[in-house]
Design a protein around this ligand. Structure first.
Ligand code: SF4
Ligand code: SF4
Length: 158
């Protein structure tokens, strides 16, 4: 369900109020393949994280994507721990070791940005991993929309 739209003139229109509060329970860090952009990779490198510590493969792979309609994207993905298959940066206390420079997909989650011919739309991520998002629960403003707007701007226009 769409919550916001970015028009071709880069304005963002709010369509829905969504309340989301992350509980830090971390199934999203265990069950998802996290796509990593080149900007994310640069940030990891800038913070001293080598690519062989952070990526599953030094070559991009095809993964299902919420960013394109009914499609796949070619992307680098974040490395997983062997056997348990959770993100290599997930700590035992369920905190993210690279929280301040984690990939944009992690910053956006449980939202995502979908690209179509009409422009960009912020959506609720189509996976079912996060059970803690309520749509239309809050009638009044939450700061969720502002956060999503900021993240979309960051992702698309910086
Ligand atoms: S599953 Fe949802 S509530 Fe839990 S850590 Fe991930 S985003 Fe936060
Ligand atoms: S980088 Fe951090 S937020 Fe992203 S999947 Fe790994 S532990 Fe979770």
């Amino acid at each position: 369900m769409s919550i916001a739209e970015v028009s071709k003139s880069c304005e963002i229109t709010i369509l829905k109020h969504v309340h989301f509060e992350c509980l830090g329970c971390a199934p999203c860090c265990r069950l998802n393949n996290i796509p990593v952009t080149e900007k994310d990779i640069q940030l990891l490198l800038d913070n001293g994280i080598e690519l062989d510590q952070s990526l599953e493969s030094l070559s991009p792979v095809l993964i299902p994507s919420s960013n394109v309609e009914k499609g796949f994207i070619k992307a680098y993905i974040l490395r997983k721990k062997p056997f348990v298959k959770e993100c290599v940066f997930l700590e035992e206390n369920l905190k993210c070791k690279i929280h301040s420079y984690k990939p944009i997909a992690c910053q956006l989650y449980p939202f995502a940005v979908r690209k179509s011919d009409e422009g960009f739309t912020a959506i609720i991520h189509p996976d079912t991993v996060c059970a803690h998002i309520d749509i239309d629960v809050l009638e009044k403003d939450s700061n969720t929309i502002e956060i999503v707007k900021d993240l979309i701007s960051l992702l698309l226009f910086e």
